[in-house]
Design a protein around this ligand. Sequence first.
Ligand code: F6R
Length: 369
Amino acid sequence: EKGGYDYFMLKEIAEQPKAVADTLLGRIDLAGNLCLDEVRIPASVLREVSKVVIVACGTAYHAGMIAKYAIEHWTRIPCETELASEFRYRDPILDQRTLVIAISQSGETMDTLMALRHAREQGAKVLAICNTNGSTIPRESDAVLYTHAGPEVAVASTKAFLTQLVACYLVALYLGQVRGTKWGDEILSVIRELSEIATQVDQVLETMEPVRELARTLADKNTVLFLGRHVGYPVALEGALKLKELAYMHAEGFAAGELKHGPIALIEQDVPVVVVVPSPRGRSVLHDKIVSNIQEIRARGARTIVIAERGDEAVGPYADHLIEIPATPTLLQPLVATVPLQVFACELATARGNEVDQPRNLAKSVTVE
Ligand code: F6R
């Protein structure tokens, strides 16, 4: 049942191009328009939405953080993403014009369920993004957009995460489309790029051997740090979470701009720091800033592991290890940038002799608060 792989996690990492393609299937028509009729919230209601609030836990929360960048950019609707476990305890402001998006692979996470119940009691509409047909979260929501990752057995979420991202992009682009924002042309070109993204995920998977080799050399380290900016920041958090749960190592993700406000004090000789670099095209200011962050930490002795777009010449001189990923629009980059971090964590955990599919103390679905 592991299809020739040693672990379910390896199988599920390898299934990502298909999971992504399946989640897109039938949702983009030949003219490049989104067809999300299954989201039964009428376009007239979506046009009136004044705020989007995303609630989720763990890896799904990281997908929600990325969705915030996409939703605000493409729709100009204010969006906040919140840990489901914090949400209802702070008396959040919600009304009939609030669209709440609850993201959950299992559809049974108690914190997320309680958050969505609270939101509906306040009159908000809830859209679930879920991987499990007929589970509790979609049953209790106003609408659901299913991800088609197929069953995820390994405790650490991989393919479900990528499909959650795809679903979030679809919702963001759909909201942009029904509301007709000035980003119309950009939305069409992103839809085109999104429909080809599975091929790029596949390309990343084919170049992972050096990442595995690198991971094995780090098995005796105590700490690994992760840095990113913009959508690379949640990717850094996700890389750190995977490493914590699988390798049982101290791993922390930071927004690269925060370095100078404290975390740079952690940089010492030989500490591995993984840096997610945004595309040098488009928002190049961000790119230049992160290149100077890499220089700063390297000057203080960090061992830099740099994930950057193929052909990005500016980072080469400062990367002790360079992991190249295909070019994508900035907002879509998490779909390709996360994959090496999954492989990295899985291999490091194996090198440390850990049980990859069943990490200690964790359960696949967390049905208690
Ligand atoms: C991490 C992981 C967890 C889940 C979280 C939410 O690899 O799997 O952080 O993402 O428990 O689970 P769902 O998506 O089922 O609500």
